[in-house]
Design a protein around this ligand. Structure first.
Ligand SMILES: NC(=O)c1ccc[n+]([C@@H]2O[C@H](COP(=O)([O-])OP(=O)(O)OC[C@H]3O[C@@H](n4cnc5c(N)ncnc54)[C@H](O)[C@@H]3O)[C@@H](O)[C@H]2O)c1
Length: 227
């Protein structure tokens, strides 16, 4: 049986992704810092701000065939007044932890000459974002994706990203109404994406997409490029 590690699997896109992998018979490791309701597969309580503890965590997990770096945080601070602790948390959770997880899992994938990694970025990687560090980390994730795709490609390991647009989760609901209205005016369909739709894209990249697709970003944004 294949095993997938999904971060931020307690709710939202991560939870939908855990369910999608479980439905096609994968063994799921659901990691989060807090679980509110149902947990898919094995529950791993871990706060990704503990970057230094990631190698030890990975060492005790055993074989992971697919890693989904999904956990993320966003704050609605004014661009000129971002608290230092928010900047540090966003950098740690959105960028440093994914980088550390890839670094810790890469040797095993390389040795087995197989494995897949999917990083959950955002349309904001291309447009910028009012939460300055959120957008910066999401753009950084795409560069991380390309760098690891290059390093692991010769060993048969695929590294890709998805860049969702507005998706109906707690993160989206926390946005000010004015911003949600602006985003809704930009999407082709006039509706918000459902977490299951992003999960289907992650499942495909993490299990079935052609092996020649690596270092790419799959946009799931429906044209959501707000000014
Ligand atoms: N919802 C959207 O509109 C949208 C759009 C583009 C990209 N994304 C990205 O999709 C991913 C999932 O977002 P979502 O919308 O499901 O958000 P969400 O807030 O519903 O879920 C995020 C999950 O990450 C977990 N998490 C946060 N900090 C953590 C930490 N320190 N350690 C472990 N887990 C932690 C949370 O507990 C939560 O379960 C994020 O990377 C987000 O940036 C979301």
């Amino acid at each position: 049986m294949n095993r997938v590690l999904i971060t931020g699997a307690g709710k939202g896109i991560g939870f939908a992704t855990a369910r999608a992998f479980a439905e096609v018979g994968w063994d799921v490791l659901s990691l989060d810092k807090e679980f509110a309701g149902e947990v898919i597969g094995e529950r791993i309580d871990f706060d990704l701000r503990r970057i230094g503890d990631i190698p030890a965590l990975v060492a005790r997990l055993g074989q992971v065939d697919t890693l989904v770096n999904n956990a993320g945080v966003l704050y609605c601070d004014p661009i000129h007044a971002i608290p230092d602790e928010h900047r540090q948390e966003i950098l740690a959770v959105n960028l440093e932890a994914p980088a550390a997880l890839i670094a810790a899992l890469a040797p095993g994938m390389k040795a087995r000459r197989s494995g897949r990694i999917v990083n959950v970025s955002s349309v904001s990687a291309f447009t910028g974002h009012p939460d300055l560090w959120y957008g910066i980390t999401k753009a950084g994730l795409l560069n991380l994706t390309k760098s690891w795709a290059r390093a692991l490609g010769p060993f048969g390991v695929l590294v890709n990203a998805v860049a969702p647009g507005p998706t109906k989760t707690a993160m989206y609901d926390q946005l000010p109404e004015s911003r949600r209205d602006e985003i809704m005016r930009s999407v082709h369909s006039g509706r918000v994406c459902m977490p299951e739709e992003v999960a289907a894209a992650i499942l495909w990249l993490g299990s079935a997409c052609p092996e020649y697709a690596s270092g790419t970003t799959l946009d799931v944004n429906n044209g959501s490029y707000p000014r």
